[in-house]
Design a binder for this molecule. Structure first.
Ligand SMILES: Cc1cc2nc3c(=O)[nH]c(=O)nc-3n(C[C@H](O)[C@H](O)[C@H](O)COP(=O)(O)OP(=O)(O)OC[C@H]3O[C@@H](n4cnc5c(N)ncnc54)[C@H](O)[C@@H]3O)c2cc1C
Ligand SMILES: NC(=O)c1ccc[n+]([C@@H]2O[C@H](COP(=O)([O-])OP(=O)(O)OC[C@H]3O[C@@H](n4cnc5c(N)ncnc54)[C@H](OP(=O)(O)O)[C@@H]3O)[C@@H](O)[C@H]2O)c1
Length: 492
């Protein structure tokens, strides 16, 4: 019989849940050959599911169906979830009420460790730092999903023109939300305070700026088609010269569809709607000059460097020309990177150092029983389907260490000077399977650490409040959720 396994997973997003669900199903509870197994998941947010709850656009409710599978995983008696727990020395300032759990408490209490911490930091553009006229897309996403970091509401009631920098799906999510009537959004999981701001919005036009061309745009056809079909907005036609592919280039299916959609244009004719949007290709931000007066009605001036594609590298290179786009607010949507304060963060990769699901030392050798999955391991690319495929592969890697076959390779533990500890001390080889770090025991007693049962009560209450308002759910803030996290319901 293989030795008992006590796995801590840091992060409670889809990657974490897919690894947990795969592992628990590959090692069935009642199989006498399965080792004793415990899977404890920690998230700094009080609610589980990561970007599925705090990222996916509210008008895409079907995307969140994966949580039904995660609910089943959470019913396994070997699984526990601990929310509102920030693990490691990552900054706490964004979520003031989260309990701080040092990584050493995890290392002392567990035999195996998985990092599924995602990429939680928005990429900034050096030419246009955050200011009153430039905010990251993530703060808008956090606003409309009521993220516990509680960003301030945007002043959409005072502006007419918004510019998104970056042409990925997050940009299109934001543009779509802004150009859709609140009466349509009302049925979804959009908090009332968000609907209230959107209903006062005076935004008339959204510009979406990309440094490369239509063939290189990062958005997908499904999301582009949704923009084209928006019932209350029209697209400004694109110069046909930009939509003619260079001769001799073989287009992918996605590129062909993108060009077809852009050539066809929006369902609504330009000028026939109150709201409109435009795609600006081969433009990269160079500077942002605030309005000359203090009046919020005045626009800032965004200077855009014109670019062309370097055929050898497919990168955008400046042509030397520039132009100016007057705009009320710039929103940078340039992707994400992992928290640089995380253990094993690699500044060159901008995510955790790992290889084939295993965390590696700075010398490149795999660390015994320490793993990484999802965006934390691979960077901020891919959708839920690719996150699931990656998670299943990581679960297989963990399984191969837990139940080694005769061919499996033994992973030596390399020295870890950066962790300030000797190799054999890294994880606990014989942990008490049901013991919890003392901080968590106290956190549960004090009613500030959420468990999955708490979440299911809150989830039901959010759905109930939503039903009363004729919508999918009405989200609760931490303060509203607190009474539902009763210490009396805590398990010892
Ligand atoms: C705005 C947005 C919208 C998206 N919409 C879609 C969509 O419609 N369809 C689709 O298929 N894909 C979508 N994606 C992509 C999808 O969300 C990702 O593929 C997926 O969430 C990655 O999963 P993950 O578990 O690696 O990361 P995450 O979902 O980010 O989960 C990581 C978790 O780790 C936690 N964490 C981080 N650090 C710590 C710490 N120190 N201690 C404790 N917990 C920690 C975080 O709180 C978070 O809950 C979207 C992505 C974004 C950014
Ligand atoms: N509905 C959905 O399925 C959905 C919704 C949201 C997110 N997602 C997924 O989540 C992942 C992240 O999405 P995302 O939109 O945040 O990122 P993304 O797809 O990587 O797009 C980032 C955009 O920013 C641009 N960019 C990056 N750095 C730049 C710079 N310095 N200057 C100018 N432009 C720059 C990129 O241009 P270059 O290409 O030139 O680098 C690209 O257009 C993606 O895989 C996405 O598909 C999916």
């Amino acid at each position: 019989m293989p030795p008992p396994v006590k796995l801590a997973i840091i992060g409670g997003g889809p990657s974490a849940f897919y690894v947990a669900s795969r592992l628990l199903s590959l090692l069935p509870l009642r199989d006498p050959m399965s080792p004793s197994l415990r899977v404890h998941m920690y998230d700094r947010l009080w609610a589980p599911h990561g970007l599925v709850r705090y990222g996916v656009a509210p008008d895409h409710p079907e995307v969140k169906n994966c949580t039904n599978k995660f609910d089943v995983t959470a019913t396994d008696p070997r699984f526990r979830f601990f929310g509102n727990v920030n693990v490691g020395s990552t900054p706490l300032h964004s979520i003031p009420h989260a309990l701080h759990l040092p990584l050493t408490s995890i290392l002392n209490n567990y035999s195996h460790l998985l990092f599924s911490t995602g990429c939680t930091m928005p990429t900034q553009h050096p030419a246009i730092p955050p200011s009153a006229w430039c905010i990251p897309a993530l703060s808008l996403v956090h606003w409309y999903t009521q993220h516990p970091s509680q960003p301030p509401p945007p002043a959409f009631d005072k502006i007419s023109h918004l510019t998104l920098i970056g042409q990925g799906n997050v940009s299109l999510d934001i543009a779509r939300i802004l150009l859709t009537s609140p009466s349509v959004l009302r049925q979804y999981d959009v908090p009332e305070h968000v609907l209230e701001v959107l209903s006062r919005s005076t935004v008339k036009h959204v510009s979406i700026v990309g440094r490369r061309g239509p063939l290189e745009a990062a958005f997908t056809t499904k999301e582009l088609r949704e923009m084209i079909n928006l019932p209350e907005a029209s697209m400004i036609p694109i110069d046909p010269a930009l939509l003619t592919p260079p001769s001799g280039v073989t287009l992918t299916r996605q590129q062909r569809r993108t060009l077809e959609l852009l050539q066809k244009g929006s369902k609504n004719l330009p000028g026939s709607t109150l709201k409109s949007w435009s795609l600006h290709f081969y433009r990269s931000p160079a500077s942002l000059t605030p309005p000359s007066s203090a009046s919020v009605l005045d626009m800032a001036n965004l200077t855009l460097a014109h670019t062309r594609l370097d055929p050898a590298t497919s990168r955008a290179v400046p042509t030397g020309e520039t132009s100016t786009l007057p705009t009320s607010l710039v929103v940078t949507s340039l992707g994400f990177y992992a928290d640089p304060e995380s253990a094993f963060f690699d500044p060159a990769l901008r995510h955790l150092r790992s290889s084939a699901g295993r965390i590696t030392s700075s010398e490149g050798s795999a660390l015994k029983n320490v793993y990484a999955s999802g965006w934390a391991a691979n960077g901020a690319k891919g959708v839920l389907a690719s996150t699931m495929i990656d998670a299943y592969a990581v679960a297989s890697t963990i399984l191969s260490d837990i139940v080694p076959s005769s061919e499996s390779v033994t992973i030596p533990t390399p020295p870890l000077p950066e962790m300030g500890m000797a190799p054999d001390e890294l994880l606990n080889r014989h942990p008490d399977l049901d013991a919890l770090p003392s901080e968590i025991v106290h956190g549960i007693k004090d009613g500030i650490v959420t468990q999955y049962d708490d979440w299911k009560v809150i989830d039901a209450e959010e759905v109930r409040r939503g039903e009363a308002l004729g919508k999918e759910r009405e989200r609760m803030s931490w303060d509203e959720a607190l009474p539902f996290i009763a210490p009396s319901r805590a398990r010892p």
